[in-house]
Design a binder for this molecule. Structure first.
Ligand SMILES: [Zn+2]
Length: 368
């Protein structure tokens, strides 16, 4: 059985972006509660490990000193800085009480996971509160204040490791791509809904890295209504060949589940079955694996999908009927999607052709 760790603290879900914001802290609480109800942390091979807050020095591996101070100050309700200069304000990136502590805890969780994996205490660690892939060095973006993935990858680079980053969130992993766009020590791969329709509007095939980093960024944009079959085909065509050629010491993956057909913010049409197949494919590529959370805005789907993902990581198979403790609190349901989304043959075919064109262009561009 694989040795796995799940990095968690109730402080991850005490505070959040506000009642009307899609990134609801309950996503994390329900995921933890579902895993706990299944007894997912009861075996000796599966560790539940406490999160810690990242220090300012650690945040500084990617973020500017000024920005770290700005987040700290805004979080305390001070108005020494103009929030708009750093992309804070009503909408995607609101300021909220204890924002600094909450967001630094997500980064700390990812660093705890990185420490456990690099010291070979576990094969895989899941920082499910992390995966905040849009934040820039000196600005918030797309619900992300601190970019835990970029901080952790810098930390891994300091240890001399080569890192492959695989991002399966429905949105392009722009913040992480930009952070390592000019280096050949980090391979970034992002599969996402095309930027023609979805935030952040980037992540096209032509974005392949710059200077020494040329050939070390890969993007596969997908059309709305892309289903399990097309997604898995495209993933297998692109990701395993690129990762095997790069020979990373560690795989970092962002496992956002806003690709799901019930997600309210996006238009891809994966099911939990497709999601599990992709997570399993990542596991097969990774001797050492740092797994991060990410997007996903249907709370019920997030809890079920990340429970299934942790099952893949730790080699546990959970029964389909939800545990009674969870059902009493949140209502009935099954762990795996009981049905498939209804997509017309025409839309399915359009999405397949779009993926085929993207895969062909990417294979040419990166000589896969
Ligand atoms: Zn997303």
């Amino acid at each position: 059985m694989t040795k796995a760790a799940f990095i968690c603290s109730p402080d991850l879900w005490q505070r959040g972006h506000g009642a009307i914001h899609p990134l609801k802290p309950e996503r994390l609480q329900r995921t933890y509660e579902l895993l706990a109800a299944y007894g997912a942390f009861d075996s000796q091979e599966s560790m539940l490990v406490e999160s810690r807050q990242a220090t300012p020095e650690e945040l500084g591996l990617f973020h500017t000193e000024e920005y770290i101070e700005v987040v700290h100050s805004l979080s305390r309700g001070e108005r020494r800085f103009n929030p708009r200069r750093y992309n804070f304000g009503p909408g995607d990136n609101p300021i909220f009480p204890e924002m600094y502590e909450t967001e630094a805890l997500k980064v700390g969780s990812t660093l705890v996971a990185a420490e456990l994996v690099t010291s070979d205490q576990v094969d895989v660690a899941f920082s499910f509160g992390g995966g905040m892939h849009h934040a820039g060095p000196a600005f918030a973006s797309g619900f992300c204040v601190f970019n835990d993935a970029a901080v952790a990858i810098h930390w891994l680079l300091q240890k001399g490791l080569r890192v492959a980053y695989i991002d399966i969130d429905a949105h392009h992993g722009d913040g992480v791509q930009n952070a390592f766009y000019e280096t050949d020590r980090v391979l970034t791969i992002s599969l996402h809904e095309t930027g023609l329709y979805l935030f952040p509007g980037t992540g096209f095939v032509e974005e392949m890295g710059r200077d020494a980093g040329h050939g070390y960024a890969a993007n596969l944009p997908l059309a709305p209504y892309t289903d399990d079959e097309t997604y898995l085909w495209a993933f297998e065509e692109i990701v395993p060949p690129l990762v095997r050629r790069f020979q990373p010491d560690i795989v970092v993956s962002q496992l956002g589940v806003d690709t799901h057909y019930r997600d309210p913010l996006t238009h891809l049409c994966l099911t939990t079955s497709g999601y599990v197949a992709v997570v399993t494919a990542i596991k097969e590529l990774a001797l050492r694996w740092l797994a991060l959370g990410g997007g996903g805005y249907d709370i019920d789907v997030v809890a079920r999908a990340w429970t299934l993902a942790y099952g893949v990581m730790s080699g546990q198979e959970f029964p389909d009927h939800l545990p009674s403790a969870y059902v009493e609190k949140y209502g009935k349901g099954s762990l795996r999607d009981p049905e498939k989304p209804g997509i017309s043959a025409e839309l399915r075919e359009q999405a397949r052709r779009y993926a085929e064109a993207g895969v062909a262009a990417l294979k040419r561009g990166l000589e896969i």
